[in-house]
Design a binder for this molecule. Structure first.
Ligand SMILES: C[S@@+](CC[C@H](N)C(=O)[O-])C[C@H]1O[C@@H](n2cnc3c(N)ncnc32)[C@H](O)[C@@H]1O
Length: 344
């Protein structure tokens, strides 16, 4: 789940002296653009994020990286943190988990900075912090807030509760999921419609593009016994780790990859199933769905079938017409279109 950087807020914080006396090493949790931090002169950064493209970018810049979703108790680098930045994300559980990690990892009296937009819930997060820590210095800027405080000598007991929010958890639907993953607490309604359509009809090799925590693949393996294997691909590390917990069948294989920028060495699939993403943060990003469609076409075998659900407001028809001449609407609701397309 990618969030907004809020560069004006960071600039304002710098002018107000927030970044003075920040001692390395600096832990950065949830930041959507680690490259922007280099412009503030920060060195010795440790970037923690679940998204493949962000981790790759951070590594190219020479920063250390930690995957959000790793077992943090085993990550030694978290024991020498001088200061921590937390970006509030759309997932409340992910934000509280990241605030817990900031409080645990930062050395006593080290600085902690929390930044985020109002729409992402920064006010709620800071309200909890202010109830536990004093003083907290807050600046309001660009429809959001940035806060600075010292890591207290003794950690409030709430921190252990927040830390648990980052665990893989079984939701009411009976599947494991993780904070920050797509549809983190329930099965997506569009995916339910898609699974209804392909149930019992899949065979051979199947690719699940943007598999998330694995609902579509799980249904596919349960209801189509002629499947030989399913490759689940997602760029969100925690979502894919949840999928591993949801699908224990030996028919499943898992690939952590960014389908928009990586060329994958896989092909000849009999079926592709997908509910492609269309947002980066809060912004509609049509290019993502188009990239998924193009990958689907490339990895299908001749005569292979694409099964896709998408929000019917999205104008994918032009791309569909240029990539798949042979396709059919299987279901149309007020919100979703479900289509089946053949690679000819
Ligand atoms: C609409 S969700 C569907 C998830 C899952 N298939 C389901 O039905 O619940 C789209 C998924 O695409 C993943 N995703 C977004 N951008 C991606 C990218 N560039 N490469 C690979 N996966 C991506 C997201 O993490 C998310 O899990």
């Amino acid at each position: 789940m990618v969030t907004c950087l809020g560069i004006n807020r960071l600039n304002q914080a710098q002018k107000s002296g927030f970044f003075e006396d920040i001692s390395p090493r600096i832990l950065v949790l949830g930041c959507p653009k680690p490259e922007a931090l280099a412009n503030f002169g920060f060195i010795d950064l440790v970037i923690c994020h679940p998204e493949k493209s962000i981790i790759r970018k951070a590594q190219e810049l020479g920063f250390q990286t930690i995957l959000e979703g790793e077992n943090f108790n085993k990550v030694k680098v978290l024991r020498s943190i001088g200061a921590t930045f937390v970006w509030v994300t759309k997932s409340r559980r992910e934000t509280f988990f990241n605030m817990a990690i900031a409080l645990i990892a930062t050395k006593k009296n080290g600085k902690i900075i929390i930044t985020g937009g109002k729409k992402d819930g920064v006010e709620g997060a800071l309200k909890k912090i202010k109830a536990l820590i004093d003083p907290v210095n807050i600046i309001s800027k660009s429809h959001g807030k940035i806060a600075l405080f010292q890591r207290p000598q003794h950690l409030p007991k709430e921190v252990q509760v927040w830390k648990k929010m980052g665990k893989f958890q079984k939701t009411a639907s009976g599947y494991f999921s993780v904070a920050g993953a797509f549809s983190e607490t329930e099965i997506d309604k569009g995916s339910l419609l898609l699974a209804d359509q392909f149930s019992g009809k899949l065979f051979g090799s199947v690719a699940d593009l943007g598999s998330g925590w694995g609902y579509l693949s799980s249904e596919a393996i349960k209801n189509s016994p002629n499947i030989e294997f399913v490759t689940l691909i997602d760029s969100h590390f925690g979502a894919l780790e949840s999928a591993r917990r949801n699908i224990t069948s030996s028919k499943a294989q898992f690939l952590w990859a960014d389908l928009q920028s990586e060329t994958l060495n896989i092909n000849n699939f009999d079926h592709v199933i997908m509910n492609p993403p269309f947002h980066i943060g809060r912004k509609v990003e049509l290019g993502l769905g188009i990239a998924f469609l193009s990958v689907a076409k490339n990895i299908l075998t001749k005569g292979g079938t694409l099964w896709m659900v998408y929000n019917q407001e999205l104008p994918y028809e032009k791309t569909m017409n240029s990539l798949f001449t042979n396709y059919k609407f299987l279901n149309k609701t007020k919100t979703y279109n479900v289509i089946r397309a053949k690679k000819t």
